[in-house]
Design a protein around this ligand. Structure first.
Ligand SMILES: Nc1nc2c(ncn2[C@@H]2O[C@H](COP(=O)(O)OP(=O)(O)OP(=O)(O)O)[C@@H](O)[C@H]2O)c(=O)[nH]1
Ligand SMILES: [Mg+2]
Length: 432
C-alpha cells in the first residue's frame, strides 16, 4: 500500500463535543510591531477556529530573528510547557511555518504535539476543497510541505552513518521518500495543467473569450464572493470564516451601458501564505493572470487593512500581476462610521468604498468597471442574416441599443469588444 507521506503529524484532533484546546506560540522579530504581532495571533486563533480547534492562551517571545535550530528559546520553552499543562492544551501551534527540525526540538522540549500555521491553513483548505481540482491542489501543497520537511523528520536516523563514504539508513530513506514525493508532485502538476487546459477549451465559448475579464482578489473574508453575488445576482457560498472559496468561479455581469464583463472570484490570501500553496494554486490563479483588471477587495472594518493589502500585493507580485491595472475596493462600509475610513481614502485616492451586503455605493464600482472597459468597446451597426449563430454570441456580450428585422436580416446598433470586430466584418454597415 502506498504510504501517505503528507500525513505524519496529527493535526488539530477533533474528539468529542468540545473543540480541542491549543496554546499559540509566536516570535516577534525586531521588524514586527506590537500591533502587527497581535493581529497575527488573533488571525491564528481565527484559523484554528475555522479548522475546529480553540486557542486557550498565547505566548510570544521577542527575538532579533527567527532561529533556524530552535523556534523558542530554552526559557520560553519551559514557560510554554508549564502553560500548556496549566491550560490543559493538547497541542501547541506556532505562528510561523516551522522546519521539521524546529518542530521536533519543540516537541522534545515541551512534550506536547506541535503544529504550525501553514499546517492549519493546509488543513482548512483540505476541509473546504470540494472539486477534484481543488483536492489535487491541496494534495500538491501538502506534498510541497512534506518535501521540505523530510530532512528534519529523519535527522536522528541520518546521523547513524554507514561505513566511510557509505550512506546511512536515514539518508537512504530520505532519498527514497524524496523521489516518491517528487514523482507524485510532477504527476499532480501535469494533471492540474491538463485540467486548466480543458477549462480553457470549455470557456472558449466565444462570447467569454472576447468579454473583458475582471478578477476579484483580496484577503480572505474580505467579502469577494458576496461582492460577486451582488454584482451578478448569483449565489456563491459566503461565510464568516477563512478560506471559504477555493475554486475559481466566474460570472457574467451586465453593465449599465449594455456591455458585459466576466468577473471571477478567487481564493483569498492571507499573510504568511505558504509558498507551496501559492505554487499549488497557480492553476486556479490563472484567471487572475488573464484578467485585464484586478479588483482588490479589502475589509474596511479590519484594523490592519493596510498590512492586509501589503500581504495581498505580495502574492500578486509572486504570481507576476502586481503591475496589472487595479481598482481598489474597500468593502463593509456598513460596519464602520465614515469618519473611520477617511485616512484610507486619503492613502488610496482612487479607491471605491462599498458595502456588498447592503449594496451601498455599488453603482460607483459598476460605473468604474464600465468606464474601464468602454475603451475596449466600439459602436457598430450590423446587418446579420436571421438565425446566424453570431446573433446569439453578440447578445451574450452586449445589449443592442436598437434592433430591427428587415426581410431575412437582423439590423442592430450595438457596442462590441474591438477584438471581436474581425468576426463581424462582412456584416458591418457602419463603425465608429
Ligand atoms: N457587514 C458586512 N458583511 C459583509 C459584507 N460583505 C461580506 N460580508 C460578510 O463577510 C463574510 C465573508 O464574506 P465572503 O464573501 O465569504 O468573503 P470572501 O472574501 O469571499 O472570503 P474567502 O472566500 O474566505 O476568501 C461573510 O459573513 C459575509 O456575509 C459587507 O459589505 N458588510
Ligand atoms: Mg469567497
Amino acid at each position: 500500500m502506498e504510504k501517505d507521506l503528507t500525513r505524519k503529524k496529527p493535526l488539530i484532533q477533533l474528539s468529542g463535543q468540545e473543540p480541542p484546546k491549543l496554546l499559540a506560540v509566536g516570535i516577534q522579530t525586531s521588524e514586527v510591531s506590537d500591533d502587527q504581532m497581535d493581529a497575527s495571533i488573533v488571525e491564528l486563533a481565527e484559523l484554528v477556529k475555522t479548522a475546529g480547534g480553540r486557542i486557550v492562551g498565547n505566548l510570544v517571545q521577542k527575538r532579533n530573528k527567527l532561529e533556524r535550530n530552535s523556534y523558542l528559546g530554552k526559557g520560553k520553552m519551559t514557560e510554554a510547557a508549564e502553560m500548556a499543562a496549566r491550560l490543559e492544551a493538547v497541542q501547541i501551534i506556532a505562528d510561523n511555518e516551522l522546519s521539521g527540525l524546529q518542530i521536533r526540538r519543540m516537541e522534545e522540549g515541551i512534550n506536547v504535539p506541535v503544529i504550525d500555521r501553514t499546517r492549519v491553513i493546509l488543513e482548512i483548505f483540505a476541509q473546504h476543497a470540494t472539486t477534484r481540482e481543488g483536492k489535487l491542489q491541496v494534495e500538491l501543497a501538502n506534498l510541497h510541505y512534506a518535501l521540505v520537511r523530510l530532512t528534519g523528520a529523519y535527522e536522528g536516523l541520518s546521523r547513524q552513518r554507514g561505513g566511510i563514504g557509505a550512506k546511512g539508513p536515514g539518508e537512504m530513506k530520505i532519498e527514497t521518500d524524496r523521489r516518491v514525493l517528487k514523482f507524485r508532485i510532477q504527476k499532480l502538476d501535469e494533471e492540474l495543467k491538463k485540467m486548466v487546459q480543458n477549462r480553457e477549451v470549455q470557456r472558449q465559448k466565444r462570447s467569454e473569450r472576447y468579454a473583458p475579464l475582471f478578477s476579484l482578489v483580496g484577503y480572505t473574508n474580505a467579502g469577494k464572493s458576496t461582492l460577486l453575488n451582488a454584482l451578478s445576482g448569483s449565489e456563491i457560498a459566503t461565510f464568516d470564516g477563512l478560506f471559504t472559496t477555493l475554486d475559481p468561479t466566474a460570472r457574467k455581469v451586465l453593465l449599465p451601458g449594455g456591455r458585459s464583463a466576466i468577473v471571477s472570484d478567487t481564493v483569498g490570501f492571507i499573510r504568511k501564505l505558504p509558498h507551496g500553496l501559492v505554487k499549488a494554486f497557480r492553476a486556479t490563479l490563472e484567471n487572475v493572470l488573464q484578467s485585464q483588471v484586478i479588483v482588490l477587495v479589502s475589509d474596511v472594518s479590519s484594523l490592519d487593512a493596510r498590512d492586509r493589502i501589503t500581504a495581498v500585493e505580495e502574492v500578486l507580485r509572486q504570481i507576476g500581476v502586481l503591475e496589472h491595472e487595479k481598482v481598489m475596493v474597500f468593502n463593509k462600509i456598513d460596519l464602520v462610521p465614515d469618519c473611520e475610513f477617511e485616512a484610507l481614502k486619503a492613502s488610496y485616492p482612487d479607491s471605491i468604498f462599498i458595502s456588498a451586503r447592503t449594496g451601498a455605493n455599488l453603482p460607483a464600482l459598476i460605473e468604474r468597471m464600465d468606464s474601464i472597459i468602454s475603451r475596449d468597446f466600439t459602436k457598430v451597426e450590423l446587418a446579420l442574416p436571421v438565425g446566424s449563430p453570431l446573433v446569439h454570441e453578440i447578445l451574450a456580450m452586449s445589449q443592442p441599443s436598437n434592433q430591427t428585422w428587415e426581410g431575412d436580416l437582423v439590423k442592430m446598433k450595438v457596442e462590441l469588444p474591438k477584438k471581436f470586430l474581425p468576426q463581424v466584418e462582412p456584416f458591418l454597415v457602419s463603425a465608429q
